[in-house]
Write a protein that binds this ligand. Structure first.
Ligand SMILES: C[S@@+](CC[C@H](N)C(=O)[O-])C[C@H]1O[C@@H](n2cnc3c(N)ncnc32)[C@H](O)[C@@H]1O
Length: 325
């Protein structure tokens, strides 16, 4: 049985399709299949093929259903987009015309209490998008106070991270923290609600744990590099992100890949030897934001930003740790 999907509204859908500019015969990767909004739009806009990847088995079950409507044109793969180059190579695909990423969680994930992403419902403190690895409960019950504070500070940008970590460690001494409501109450007991602040004080801690549990920033970094190596010259990359930590990763990656190499200098010849030609050309200098109408009709879109770029003929930059000696 597949989970309900009607509630997820794809964000920046037309803008992503415009950025990828799909063509007949083209091959595209939808690295965050979700409820298949982008895949469907790509398949409708050209006679192309789409590989949909998602680490969530519920998304893959929905994808198998959707694939029936596009025989031979949509294939879904359960896995991480950080491995997209290897996942496609295993299936005989060495290069593609476009890659879309829409990072973060889907509405079905947030709205299903059993997944444990939301402090608005009580559920097991899980937060894993896939089926493997430690849960959020494992992290809050085993990480030491310093590590918890770092996670909450860096990934949640929570100024009161030390207080939150101290409260978690104190609470778990009496009983393990296993439910989303338990954790939300612990956080609310030490983080006051700001004046006129519409945000629940637990928001930042929940975001931090979700990013940590799913290694979301590491995945994004690997996914961008994997897309770079998969895209053909002229192929397009479109990435939608929802908070500044993710957007910074995308912006830095594309800035590095699209900047001209430093001009050779008599004084620093080694710089010239290291110079790499840009592997991407930015499609727009500034990120593309949702229209007012979209933000109004879909509040989830408000913080979204799209960055898009076109692959050049230059070789991919070496992946970190794989630099030539
Ligand atoms: C915001 S939703 C995507 C919605 C989709 N664009 C649509 O229109 O239906 C994000 C999806 O990406 C998946 N996801 C997040 N990180 C992932 C990763 N590293 N690898 C594969 N899937 C990932 C999540 O499981 C979720 O289903």
């Amino acid at each position: 049985m597949t989970a309900p999907d009607a509630r997820h509204i794809s964000v920046l859908l037309n803008e992503v399709v415009d950025a990828l500019s799909p063509r007949d015969g083209g091959v595209y990767v939808d690295g965050t299949f979700g409820v298949g909004g982008y895949s469907r739009a790509l398949l409708e806009s050209a006679d192309c093929r789409v590989w949909g990847i998602d680490r969530d088995p519920a998304a893959i079950a929905r994808g198998r259903q959707l694939a029936l409507a596009y025989p031979g044109r949509l294939e879904v793969i359960e896995g991480r987009f950080g491995d997209m180059d290897a996942l496609l190579a295993e299936r005989g695909v060495e290069s593609v015309d476009g890659v879309a990423l829409d990072v973060g969680v889907s509405s079905p994930q947030i709205d299903e209490p059993e997944r444990g992403f939301s402090f608005r419902f009580d559920g097991p403190l899980d937060m894993r998008m896939g089926r493997d690895g430690p849960t959020a409960a494992d992290v809050v019950n085993t990480a030491d106070e310093g590590e918890l504070a770092d996670i909450v500070y860096h990934y949640g940008e929570e100024r009161m991270a030390r207080r939150v970590a101290r409260a978690i460690v104190a609470a778990r001494k009496s009983a393990p923290i296993e439910r989303t409501r338990q954790l939300a109450e612990i956080v609310r007991s030490v983080v006051p609600k700001g004046k006129g602040d519409a945000i629940d004080p637990a928001t930042r801690t929940f975001q931090a744990l979700r990013i940590h549990v799913n290694d979301e920033l590491g995945e994004l970094r690997r996914g961008l590099a994997a897309a770079e190596s998969l895209l053909k010259p002229g192929g397009r990359l479109a990435v939608v992100s929802f908070h500044s930590l993710e957007d910074r990763e995308v912006k830095t990656f594309l800035k590095e890949r699209s900047s001209p190499p430093p001009s050779p200098s008599r004084h620093a010849p080694s710089l010239a030897a290291d110079a790499r030609s840009p592997s991407f050309r930015l499609l727009s200098r500034k990120p593309i934001l949702p229209t007012e109408a979209e933000s109004h009709s879909n509040p989830r879109a408000r913080s979204a930003r799209l960055r898009a770029a076109e692959r050049t003929t230059a070789p991919a930059f070496p992946a970190p740790g794989k630099e030539a000696a």
